[in-house]
Design a protein around this ligand. Structure first.
Ligand code: NAP
Length: 247
């Protein structure tokens, strides 16, 4: 049985009326960038729980989670009302295989995400190991509205630290937004628009692609990349594509 420990909210970051992050102090077992744990609240005699990825690098003195409040959901409205000083339950042992030690060598690391699933990629980038292993790092984030492009200061800090080795491409699908690409990630790859914007192509020799987000986006992006000649990365047969559905 996984052990649960008490966590205390030390900071709450408000991004939009439905998007927020919680920084939590809790005594957890060591974890890797890209992994997730579970958060829970007790409601009556029930424990309502759900998996969330760490946004912080594992070396951080706190644990950070990026959440979207789903009004009809069982848990997120309660998590959404937590303020600094409030407590919640955190599973002490993290899990998940969307980690860099599962990713074969390559020249370019593409991190393709939608919505709150950008979280595990921010953890990997802040951890620094991604920059030790790859020459070029491309963070792609698809959202519906421009205001949902959270974590801009952190993302700008990667550009400041690593210069042209780091590229960030926001996609905003439901309104025009300065600097953002329009539409959806898989379509932009199929049409070559993403590659043109970044100045890099996809190839089995040089590309490693991690995908995390909306399950339909994950599926369509994988299909698009397979059609371009990339292969799924499996432990028994190393390839180029590693993916995780975020819900
Ligand atoms: P989303 O619907 O996942 O949209 C985020 C981005 O992904 C949008 O740009 C969207 O484009 C794009 N997208 C959607 N389907 C796609 C596909 N098949 N291929 C490529 N791109 C695709 O929305 P969200 O704003 O992150 O979340 C909205 C809702 O998703 C929430 O209200 C909630 O119901 C659900 N959600 C659930 C959880 C959960 O843990 N249960 C977590 C996050 C979100 P379009 O604008 O063109 O659709």
């Amino acid at each position: 049985m996984a052990a649960w420990v008490e966590g205390r909210v030390i900071e709450r970051i408000e991004w939009t009326p439905t998007l927020f992050s919680l920084r939590v102090a809790a005594d957890l077992a060591p974890y890797k960038a890209g992994q997730f744990t579970k958060l829970a609240l007790e409601q009556g005699d029930r424990r309502i729980q759900r998996a969330y990825s760490f946004v912080n690098p594992p070396s951080a003195p706190y644990h950070e989670f990026y959440l979207v409040e789903i009004p009809s959901g069982e848990l997120t409205p309660s998590l959404g009302s937590l303020q600094a000083g409030d407590t919640l339950l955190v599973q002490s042992q993290a899990t998940g295989f969307l980690t860099l030690d599962e990713v074969p060598a390559g020249r370019d690391l593409w991190l393709l995400s939608t919505g709150t699933a950008i979280g595990p990629f921010l953890s990997m980038l802040a951890d620094g190991e991604a920059f030790n292993r790859f020459e070029n790092l491309v963070l792609v984030h698809g959202v519906r509205k421009g205001e949902e492009l959270s974590y801009q200061p952190l993302i700008a800090s990667f550009a400041g630290q690593y210069g042209e080795r780091f590229r960030y491409v926001p996609f905003v699908s439901r309104e025009p937004w300065p600097e953002a690409m329009a539409g959806r990630i898989p379509a932009a790859i199929a049409e070559g628009r993403l590659q043109a914007r970044v100045g890099l192509g996809f190839s089995p020799e040089q590309s490693q692609v991690l995908i995390c987000g909306n399950p339909e986006m994950v599926k369509e992006t994988q299909q698009t990349l397979l059609a371009l000649g990339l292969a799924k990365n499996l432990r028994r047969a190393p390839g180029n594509i590693s993916a995780e559905n975020y819900w």
